[in-house]
Every structure is written in C-alpha cells, then in structure tokens.
Design a protein around this ligand. Sequence first.
Ligand code: PEP
Ligand code: MN
Length: 447
Amino acid sequence: MSSIPDLATLHALGAAQQPSYPDRTAVDAAVQRLRTAPPLVFAGECDELKGKIAQVARGQAFLLQGGDCAETFAGVTADNVRNKLRVLLQMAVVLTYAASVPVVKVGRIAGQYAKPRSSDLETRNGVTLPAYRGDAVNGYDFTPEARIPDPQRLVDVYNSSASTLNLVRAFVTGGYADLRQVHTWNTDFVRESPVGQQYEAMANEIERALTFMKAIGADPDEFHRVDFHSSHEALVLEYEHALTRIDSRTSTPYDVSGHFVWIGERTRQLDGAHVELMSHIRNPIGVKLGPSTSPDDALALAAKLNPDNEPGRLTFITRFGAGKIRDGLPTLVEKVTAAGLEVAWVCDPMHGNTFEASSGYKTRRFGDVIDEVQGFFDVHRSLGTWPGGLHVELTGDDVTECVGGGEDLLEMDLGNRYESVCDPRLNRVQSLELAFLVAEMLRATTS
Ligand code: PEP
Ligand code: MN
C-alpha cells in the first residue's frame, strides 16, 4: 500500500500558487470537514476513464476536454450546467460522426474553482489588492474583505461540485444525452447560425441512421446514455489532499474530488508538492506543458508520475501558442516517443494565445486557436504519432470573450457580454465551429 505524504510534508517541498490563509485553525477545520465528506467520484469510475484514455494513447480514441476557465459558485445553476453539457455533447457528436472515432468526454466541471495567477496582486485605478484566485480561495469583488483567502470556500467547492455532478449524472443517464436527442441540443441562437445549420444537416443523417438501426432490431444501450467525466486542475493542496482516499478494492489512493485531475503549467516543478501528491494517486492525470518545457523535463515528469508506463495514466496537455507549436512540439513528442513512453497527447490551444485587447479585456483570436490545433495535427502527422485530443475553455452561452469565428466577433464587441472571471472562453457557436474544423483534421488523419 502506498502511503500519502501528510500536508506538512507536502508544503515543506515547496508548493507554488497556494493561498496565504490568515487563520490556520480555520484551515484545519475545513480540511477536517472535507476528510469526512463522501467521495464525489468512485475509484472504479476513475479506472474506467483511465482505460478510455489508454485508447487515446494508443490512437484508438479522441479526448474532448472542455468547460470554464474558472467555475463560480454563482454559476451552479441548472441552466448553466445544462448549457455546458449540451455544447460538449454537440461537439462530441460532431467529432464522432464526422471522423468515426470514439470520443472520450471530460468536462472542466464540478471542481474547477482554483486558479493559478501570474501576479499575486491586482491593481485597479491605483488601488492594489491580492489577486482573485478562484472561488475556491477568495471573492471576485475588488474589495479588501473579498480578497482575503477563506478556507470555508473549500467546503463550498465540495458542495458546489457535488450538486453539479449530481445534475450532470442525471442528464447523462436520464435521457438528455440520448442520441435521439441530437436535434434538441441544437437550440435558439445556435440553430440560426450557419454552423447550426451544418449541425442540423448532420443531425438529420444521424437520425436516419438510428431509425435504420432500430428497424433492423439494433438499439444498444450506448445510444441512450453517454459516459461523461469530471476534471479540474489540482491546485489547492488542502482540498486535493483531504479528498484523497484509500480505495477499498485495491488499497491504493485516489483523489476522489474528480475523475481526472491535472497539474498546471505553473505548478509542475519536478520536486514540488503538486507533482509529489499526484505521483501517489491512481487517477488518470494530466500535466500542462508550455513552450519552456524541455524534452528532459517531460521525460522526468513521466518517470515520476508514471513509473510503470501504464497507458491512460498520463496525459500531456501541450499549450505552446500558435506561433510556437510547430517549432517546439516536434522534439518533445519525438523524445517522449523514442523513450517508449505511453502518453496521450492533448492540445490546449487556449493558454498560449491569450492577449489583452486595447479595451483591456483578456481575449483570444479564434484564428489562433484553429492555427494551434492545425499545428498540433501537422506535427503529429509528420511524426506518425496520434493527435489524441483537445482541451478547451468554453461555455454554453452566447458570450463575447474570444474574437473572430464565423460571427466575426470584434474587439469592440467584447464588452457586450464578457462574463468570465478569468480567461476568455469560446461561446457556443465558436465551440461548434471548432468541432467541425477539428473533425475535418481528424478525418484527414484517419483516412
Ligand atoms: C488553465 O487551464 O486554466 C490554466 C491556468 O492553464 P495553464 O496551467 O496551462 O496556464
Ligand atoms: Mn484558463
């Protein structure tokens, strides 16, 4: 049985991006509360996802991982959760149908509340306060009181994640995700858009195929429900540690706060606390790799996080930026492949492409997102490796946070409906457009 280091030992290793809590007693109380809370996910479900990601690593499936940059407590409403799920289901069906590849569906959902920040402080109009670190840590309001880290928020993360996951589970098994619903997912403003029309035509084809299948007596369970998994960045050590439990079946530790957890670009130090904690759990995990990652860094991370080279255990999520991926990614993939490592390669085309618009909004160009994904596919094609998936920030709503796309959103439109509390997300139309473009790239790969 592998034992998990205690929190003090982890902190002693050095943990980047942690809240500075003013009151340790309150932290201990929150951690105690979380330690006795029931698991949010089962270890067996994590293993099932690991098996699916193993198929991604072997080139037999494609991973679609998406959701908010930062979930908020106020965002835990039925409409909001359904809208996110709906856009992911639409994207997944486009990818599955157009490329005939199984799609593994993972939300950045039910736990994505803690944010690493490039600066500890934020200044507005000459006033400087601690930066907002996600609802898991402090409040978004720009007041001294709101910005004080409050450990009770970790318990709120647990409760919000539990109610989100409860609704997601009901949606995916209770009929909403039934393939015969493909038309009903295409609603309101999206249906009217050109990409909505393209989707509608595809949904008609799917419906005809389903009717045919039914007529010949085939109506498998897979048509009526989908597998959907939760994921988040494992950032606040107190939360992840308190929700790490020994699985009774295998006597090994799992982080039961989500099915898949990842280590961010800013916390992947080889000897740091995050890598150490994640090395002990048995969940499928990811590591974000930015343009500064050397092949040796990647090999060392794999050796520490996946010493048995178990397929499905480790996903490398690259986030180079459109301008850097074609130069930077090949050596990384080459060396990791030459070392015989079984990893799933996933492209995050968001985090290397953020810039500040003249209006002050953080944004991303849809064209850059597409360009990075295309670069990712090109690199893998030239190396004969599998472009395993896509990791995106999106929302099910009609927000105006990323510029470009078929609706040609302009920088001056950003203020119309900018709702993200952290990074800019693709709206529903942009997400669907992305899915159709990626489906084309996937089809070119598999044909
Ligand atoms: C994120 O996924 O929101 C994030 C902060 O990513 P990265 O660690 O790659 O910067
Ligand atoms: Mn982000």
